[in-house]
Design a protein around this ligand. Structure first.
Ligand SMILES: *Cc1c(COP(=O)(O)O)cnc(C)c1O
Length: 360
């Protein structure tokens, strides 16, 4: 028998979540974001599961796009940050890749190697994130004119990214939305602005295209209790087993640094096959929830590279071989993330290649 740790990936739940995103934005088309190996779920498998539904996929690098092309995915693929050097421009034409354009240097590279083509370009506007994008001032008109003058360009659209769309009532997001709507009307261009939280809670942000990521993978980016968030289904469950159970007397330190010490009474300690060498966060605190046989037990002691330890005081019958869930079905990844002072995104994308993904 091999090591029992694996990521159990439910592709039906993924499809359900994609359809939910479509229902949230019935007048928009939904680009399925599959960057970072589909948030750790496996980009090829995820794209294959959505290929009949999604009109486009979104990735961060051309390598990610070409991996999908090698797997015979023919759907348009949007490069969310566009190209990084001019040698990629030819590949955009060759592989029918859509390209975000965020900077003057990219525009100059396009102008320098303008060839007859039909590129779909999404002009990124900095509407308030202050990370990437052109300023929404008068100079934008010139950028659009220059793009329209290129032989390489077919379709043009406007995109932006929200800084605070996970907050329910923030005027900052409203301002970003209003600005982009005004630009779309002024230049008569299609609009693509909403990430998952905006797709879920700001119908006015949906425009012509939306870009859901995390919601496809079943983790709500909103505070719990949201009607859409509550309908999301878990896609990834990180499963393992107990590989040792022992009783230790009172006052014994467990693991590196002795961070956890058994209390006044003898304590049953279980060892789980999962560690930071798999992507389980080392900074998880004592008390971080872990499911053993479907019941919550607290993490006890520092996470090691290949193992972690739990306090089984409430599970007197637990045995080696018993089932463990680190996050997923029965244990919301958002809760584990909160205990680790992070977000679901880093747990999912941080799952390392050593962990087998099994699809159902
Ligand atoms: C990652 C990303 C998204 C998806 O964001 P989620 O919060 O996961 O929905 C959308 N747009 C851009 C530009 C991104 O980089």
């Amino acid at each position: 028998m091999s090591r029992p740790l694996y990521a159990d990936i439910n592709l039906q739940a993924l499809q359900h979540n994609y359809h939910l995103a479509q229902q949230c934005a019935p007048n928009a088309k939904a680009i399925a974001i599959v960057k970072a190996d589909a948030y750790g779920h496996g980009a090829v498998q995820v794209a294959q599961a959505l290929v009949n539904d999604a009109p486009a996929f979104g990735v961060a690098t051309i390598e990610e796009a070409l991996t999908l092309r090698e797997a015979s995915i023919q759907t348009p693929i949007l490069l969310l940050e566009g190209f990084f050097e001019s040698s990629e421009i030819e590949l955009l034409h060759e592989h029918q890749l859509w390209c975000s354009l965020h900077s003057e240097w990219q525009l100059q590279m396009l102008e320098a190697c303008d060839q007859e083509g039909n590129l779909t370009l999404w002009l990124k506007v900095d509407s308030g994130m202050h990370r990437l994008g052109f300023c929404p001032d008068d100079a934008l008109a010139q950028v659009i004119e220059r793009l329209k003058g290129l032989k390489a360009v077919g379709q043009l659209g406007l995109m932006t990214h929200f800084a605070r769309a996970d907050e329910a009532d923030n005027p900052y997001t409203s301002r970003q939305i209003e600005l982009m709507k005004a630009l779309a009307a002024q230049y008569q261009l299609p609009l693509c602005i909403a990430n998952s939280p905006a797709t879920m809670q700001f119908p006015e942000a949906q425009g012509d295209w939306v870009r859901p990521g995390i919601m496809l993978y079943g983790a709500s980016p909103l505070p719990t209790g949201h009607p859409v968030g509550d309908q999301l289904q878990t896609v990834m469950t990180l499963r393992s087993k107990l590989i040792s159970v022992r009783e230790l007397p009172a006052g014994e330190p467990i693991g590196y640094g002795g961070r956890f010490v058994t209390p006044q009474t003898p304590t049953r300690i279980g060892v789980v096959a999962a560690g930071y060498g798999d992507g389980y966060p080392r900074h998880a605190v004592d008390g971080t929830p872990v499911l053993v046989n479907g019941q919550r037990v607290p993490l006890a002691g520092r996470v090691s590279m290949d193992m972690l330890t739990v306090d089984l005081s409430d599970q007197p019958n637990a045995q080696p071989g018993d089932d463990v869930v680190l996050w997923g079905e029965g244990l919301d990844i958002n809760e584990v993330a909160a205990a680790c002072d992070t977000i679901s995104y880093t747990l999912m994308t941080g799952l390392l290649p050593r962990v087998p993904r099994r699809y159902r």
